[in-house]
Design a protein around this ligand. Structure first.
Ligand code: LMR
Length: 396
């Protein structure tokens, strides 16, 4: 039976990490998967996480099954962490959270829940969007349509076209937004643009589905959830999917959350009861370790302070790299103006290179980036920036 299956090509993002790891060139550069790297090219464990792990090792008294929604105290803390203590939806108890295996797990169970509520509903996604959104969400049964987003000529947003297209959405539709640090483009909505989108959601009644995977890595913890918080004030129902992979550095521990806002507490809890039921059918229960670490950090003011400082440093490091990278390309006389890199947020930027140029960077220089020319800016370091900028200029 299994001979009908042919071996698949490597995953377009994760496959790059595998290829990079096998490359023997000492000068190799990894700008592939969205993983933070420090100046030495390492992805360190947060000091706050190490401390929380020691605390949790003492506190954990059993390895018996975790509850279906995950830890109550994780879910109780992640809600104000995202929305803020004083948000009207928090005060009105209209939010319900479930732990999930990473942001991806939360996206899938969230999408399955939406598909139970409205089978085959249309889900609008930005063009482009994260490479795994369409397979991951489409497989849940939703009907994917795209709205214009990125303008390759200006390296900015096609906001008017985006709004014109979204005007076609109706109260049976779902619209996926990136909370901040748009993946793959690094181009985010401004506050005024969020205001207009929230107005439109209110007017047309579509359900906002906000993927928040880079909270704190754009402009700051409050700034990065401006859109999420505003949308939650504007509409009756929404779904927020949260990842702790990047901002807590817990990639391999697979911890995320699916947070539903309903018309009232009962409605929100009805939706999350479907999410836990769907998870039961797919993988039964969420893993516990990542959730234990996040809840330990969120509830301890000293640990929280340490975590926040580390996160702030990461963000500043990435934003500094954006400036250095763009400036160095200009100083070296690049024929292309890369100054747009400085105006974007989060780990990614679309460099605007052709498929051939990306292939040459890989073959001739062992520089790895996604085929769309999405570069993970966090993969740049003082050790590789000279080599990288020379290589880019040589293939332009
Ligand atoms: C990325 O976009 O590089 C990350 O979200 C990792 C992944 O799973 O694709």
């Amino acid at each position: 039976m299994l001979e009908s299956l042919e071996k698949l090509a490597a995953d377009p993002i994760l496959g790059l990490t595998a290829a990079y790891n096998q490359d023997n060139n000492p000068k190799k550069v990894d700008l592939g998967a969205g993983v933070y790297k420090d100046a030495d090219g390492n992805t360190p464990v947060f000091a706050a996480v190490k401390k929380a792990e020691i605390i949790w090792q003492q506190e954990e008294t059993t390895k018996a099954y975790i509850a279906q929604p995950g830890f109550d105290d994780f879910n109780a803390q992640i809600i104000p962490h995202i929305f803020g203590e004083s948000h009207v939806a928090v005060k009105d108890n209209r939010l319900s959270s479930v732990m999930a295996p990473g942001g991806s797990g939360a996206l899938r169970v969230g999408a399955e829940m939406l598909n139970r509520a409205k089978p085959g509903a249309t889900l609008w996604v930005s063009s482009p969007t994260w490479g795994n959104h369409i397979p991951l969400l489409g497989r849940a049964g939703l009907n994917i349509k795209e709205y214009p987003y990125y303008n390759a000529d200006t390296h900015g947003l096609r906001f008017e076209e985006m709004m014109d297209t979204l005007k076609q959405a109706n109260s049976n539709d779902i619209v996926l937004f990136h909370g901040c640090c748009h993946n793959p483009t690094g181009v985010d909505l401004s506050r005024e643009q969020w205001d207009s989108v929230a107005e439109l959601a209110k007017e047309l009644g579509f359900l906002p589905f906000i993927d928040t995977a880079y909270h704190g890595l754009g402009e700051g913890l409050d700034e990065d959830v401006y859109g999420v918080r505003l949308m939650a004030e504007s509409v009756d129902e929404m779904l927020v999917v949260y990842s702790c992979s990047k901002n807590f550095g817990l990639y391999r521990d697979r911890i995320g959350a699916a947070v539903v806002m309903g018309k009232n507490q009962e409605a929100a809890e009805a939706s999350t009861s479907h999410i836990t039921n769907i998870a039961r059918e797919m993988y039964s229960l969420p893993p516990s370790h990542g959730g234990a670490i996040v809840k330990t950090i969120l509830k301890d003011p000293d640990l929280y302070k340490i975590w926040k400082k580390e996160l702030d440093e990461m963000r500043e490091h990435i934003n500094g790299l954006r400036v250095e990278f763009a400036d160095m390309l200009a100083e070296k006389g690049s024929s292309t103006d890369f100054s747009f890199i400085k105006n974007q947020f989060g780990m990614f930027s679309f460099l605007g290179l052709s498929k051939e140029q990306i292939q040459r960077l890989r073959d001739e220089y062992s520089i790895y980036m996604v085929g769309s020319s999405r570069a993970n800016v966090a993969g740049i370091s003082p050790k590789n920036i000279d080599y990288l900028t020379d290589a880019i200029i040589s293939v332009l």
